[in-house]
Design a protein around this ligand. Structure first.
Ligand SMILES: [Zn+2]
Length: 293
């Protein structure tokens, strides 16, 4: 390792980063880089029966289990779910938080999204971006000397469509990514199945649940899944079909970037570069994503 990179992943809720970039986070953490997940909402909205305060406490514990397992830091703000706003107060708070961590790369949502919290998280990051280097804004927190590279998580929205600039194959980390997702019991086995109408299909017992979460496993015999898989409904909220979607959709990108190996990638996380961060030149990409070389 030439130097320790500082990687900040910002999601609206305490499971967004895990779902959208958990494999990439593990890739960095295992190589000794510093990774932090920041959830801007406390998760108090994501349950069909738990009281908000109890749920927020429970979800915080879930994030800390992820942090221990992944070897990362996981911070959760105290903003209630469904109430995140792109206010000046939150802009200042985010600028102070980002400056304190001093990231080389920030990952976050695009502003096009179905959930107001995701949109507002994206807008807050967009608003905070340039201000990171402006010393007269929040002078109590020393300004950064260089803007980080800002990357957007993959999403399925079409207006405008997501276009990947970077893909991280995670076939070797997929079991470990599922282990992170498994920590979010309240979401993976309670709330999200409830919203999908599959709550009655969630098994009991740790091992059975872990297996169900993959829902079902894709063949590991070298068969590459095609687009016919993408429309299939699954009981698990984070099925392997969903995990495989970026690699299926952007196969040409994978082949162009990784050659013949790109044809056989089953799982990859995709990211797009924000125009408002430091431009990701080829040299900088080699420095910030050393595991892609
Ligand atoms: Zn979310």
């Amino acid at each position: 390792m030439t130097r320790q990179l500082r990687i900040l992943m910002i999601g609206a809720h305490p499971d967004d980063c895990d779902i959208l970039s958990g494999g990439t986070a593990l890739r960095y953490a295992r190589a000794g880089h510093a990774v932090k997940f920041l959830a801007l909402c406390n998760g108090c909205g994501g349950h069909q029966s738990m009281a908000p305060e109890d749920l927020a406490r429970r979800r915080h514990l879930e994030t800390q289990a992820v942090a221990r397992l992944a070897g990362i830091e996981y911070e959760v703000w105290d903003v209630p779910d469904c109430e995140l706003m792109a206010t000046l107060e939150n802009r200042r708070r985010l600028v102070r938080d980002i400056r304190a961590f001093c990231p080389d790369v920030v990952f976050t949502s695009r502003p096009n999204d179905y959930h107001a919290d995701h949109r507002n998280a994206a807008i807050l990051m967009q608003d905070a971006g340039y201000l990171l280097i402006v010393p007269n804004f929040c002078p109590e927190a020393p300004a950064l000397r260089r803007m980080p590279v800002v990357l957007f998580f993959y999403d399925r929205f079409q207006n405008p469509p997501f276009r990947p600039d970077l893909m991280v194959p995670i076939d070797d980390l997929i079991e470990d990514k599922y282990a992170l997702l498994h920590c979010h019991t309240s979401q993976m086995y309670e709330w999200l199945p409830f919203t999908r109408g599959s709550l009655d299909q969630v098994p009991s017992g740790d091992a059975a649940r872990r297996e169900w979460l993959h829902g079902p496993r894709l063949p590991r015999d070298g068969t590459v899944p095609d687009a016919s898989l993408l429309g299939q409904a699954t009981a698990s909220p984070v099925s392997e079909i969903r995990e495989a979607a970026p690699a299926i959709k952007y196969r040409d990108f994978l082949i162009e970037r990784f050659g013949e190996a790109g044809r056989h990638v089953l799982f990859a996380e995709a990211f797009a570069v924000s125009e408002y961060g430091t431009p990701l030149t080829p040299d900088l990409a080699r420095e910030l994503f050393p595991f892609l070389e």
